[in-house]
Design a protein around this ligand. Structure first.
Ligand SMILES: [Zn+2]
Length: 498
């Protein structure tokens, strides 16, 4: 194969791969939002077949020949060279997994997620447990294929955040625990200073939907390329900068729930919507890793969305459109309410201060499940014990416990640490950003444009051109979790006046 032939082949390969991924993504999104309940079985089968086509293309002899030709070539432009190294890495991992295991895993994940979707509202862990056990067994088998000499959990961490391992996670979580546990105790001792009960009044869902629309405008999300749907568990589905879908879940008596889901998923959407046009349709045209992705979503959700400036900006809309429900509240009180810190059961609704403890619980449990040191049958008890030990609370039922998240049901094992690391990255991004952008003034003025522009230039436009650790270092230098704990300490001392 000549170099020119290989380049042509690469273009055709990218187009087909993108089509498979686009189709699989749309089917997944449809299954989570609009598809009838009885369609799960046929969808799982279709997704399995698409995974088989994708596998066959990834490992086809002509794909390997194309990549080998390009790898041997001199003077490739930087984008092509990066595409080749990423595709080779993908091929090298995929070829180690037998096709039946690869396809079977995809089908299992679809089936498992459908069972979870029914089991969660029904609080029926017994129905879901066999699937969860199979997910961990199948994931362990895949990790062993990818690298038999490595701890399977490290293999999985690396899938979501390249270079991340349990040594880094252990040191990171230990540093967080040392600083946060006494701070949380101090805040809890002053719990009576913040009353957030007005957020649990009645907020009609029709008005909350209008509010989501307003929030997307405030964030500068291009609604020509991004829409919002409704699901049990909010998520972002991204296909390219031309098509991003975010979802939320509305509760009439929990205003903050959808508000911060939309701002969180909106942060993911901004990242995807702003990758460089020249990367669209290739393996590089998406966010580079889950910790970098979560650093963006959690930055918008918490550092911006739960700031005094943002609360002052959005509060007049809330007060007017939900009148008279919030007539006895002002923007300053609203800011304290949305930052009320208290140990609770639900991760996605946890305050910024206790959030990392929820991640630590999941980190420790999924590590044990993957190692085979814990079974799905014993998980609910281990979960309850961990919440008791880490957060000091009793979990009343599995719906508020082990069934709450969709990640494991969908096969995402090794993803959770990304949330905590991403949150810590966010504090360092803020510190850097404030050197050139008056963040507070921009938000108060009603525009996130200077913040979006800062991220677009440093993070978003690069897509997968730069490895995540290197990308972070290029903006912030060395990763230092203490910047995050300092940020939390300052913020929560302010909220509680302690
Ligand atoms: Zn997220």
């Amino acid at each position: 194969m000549t170099l020119d032939q290989a380049k042509e082949k690469l273009a055709a390969y990218e187009k087909t791969t993108f089509a498979y991924e686009h189709a699989m993504g749309i089917l997944y999104y449809d299954g989570s939002t609009a598809a009838p309940r009885g369609s799960a079985g046929i969808r799982a089968s279709t997704l399995g077949e698409l995974a088989r086509l994708q596998y066959n293309l990834t490992t086809a002899p002509e794909t390997v020949e194309m990549l080998e030709t390009l790898r041997a070539a001199d003077g490739l432009d930087s984008i092509t060279a990066r595409k080749v190294s990423e595709l080779w890495r993908n091929y090298d991992q995929t070829r180690r997994i037998p096709v039946d295991l690869f396809v079977g895993h995809q089908t299992l994940c679809s089936e498992s997620e459908a069972v979870w979707t029914e089991a969660k509202p029904a609080n029926d862990y017994a129905a879901f447990a066999p699937y969860l056990q199979k997910i961990f067994d199948s994931t362990r088998a895949i990790a062993a294929c990818i690298d038999p000499d490595r701890d399977p959990y490290n293999v999985m961490l690396d899938q979501y955040e390249r270079g991340l391992d349990t040594d880094t996670c252990d040191a990171f979580f230990s540093a967080l625990r040392t600083r946060l546990v006494p701070l949380i105790e101090e805040v809890c001792a002053h719990a009576d200073r913040v009353d957030d009960s007005p957020l649990c009044r009645h907020f009609p869902i029709a008005v909350q939907r209008e509010f989501s629309d307003y929030l997307m405008d405030v964030m500068g999300i291009d609604k020509n390329h991004c829409i919002i749907g409704e699901t049990e568990h909010p998520f972002t589905a991204n296909f390219s900068r031309h098509d991003v879908r975010i979802t939320t879940h509305y509760y009439a008596d929990r205003l903050a729930s959808s508000l911060y889901s939309v701002v969180h998923e909106g942060g993911h959407a901004l990242y995807e919507l702003n990758t460089a046009e020249e990367l669209v349709g290739s393996a590089l045209g998406t966010g580079v890793s889950m910790a970098i992705h979560e650093s963006q979503s959690r930055f918008y959700e918490n550092i911006i969305g739960r700031s005094q400036a943002f609360c002052a900006l959005i509060f007049p809309w809330l007060r007017e459109h939900f009148a008279p429900t919030l007539d006895d509240v002002d923007a300053e009180q609203f800011w304290r309410m949305v930052n009320r810190s208290t140990p609770s059961c639900i991760r996605t609704e946890a305050d910024e201060l206790t959030y990392a403890l929820h991640i630590m619980v999941r980190y420790e449990l999924e590590r044990k499940l993957l190692a085979g040191d814990l079974t799905a049958a014993d998980l609910p008890e281990a979960w309850r014990q961990a919440y008791h030990d880490y957060l000091g609370i009793e979990v009343p039922d599995d719906r508020s416990g082990v069934l709450q998240d969709s990640h494991w049901a969908g096969g995402m094992v090794g993803y959770f640490p990304s949330y905590a690391i991403g949150s810590a990255y966010g504090a360092q991004f803020l510190r850097e950003m404030e050197k050139t952008v008056d963040v507070d003034a921009a938000v108060r003025f009603g525009t996130l444009a200077p913040i979006n522009a800062w991220f677009a230039e440093r993070i978003w436009r690069h897509g997968c051109m730069i490895d995540p650790g290197e990308l972070f270092a290029s903006v912030c230098g060395k990763f230092d979790p203490m910047v995050y704990t300092d940020y939390l300490e300052k913020k929560f001392r302010g909220v509680y006046g302690i």
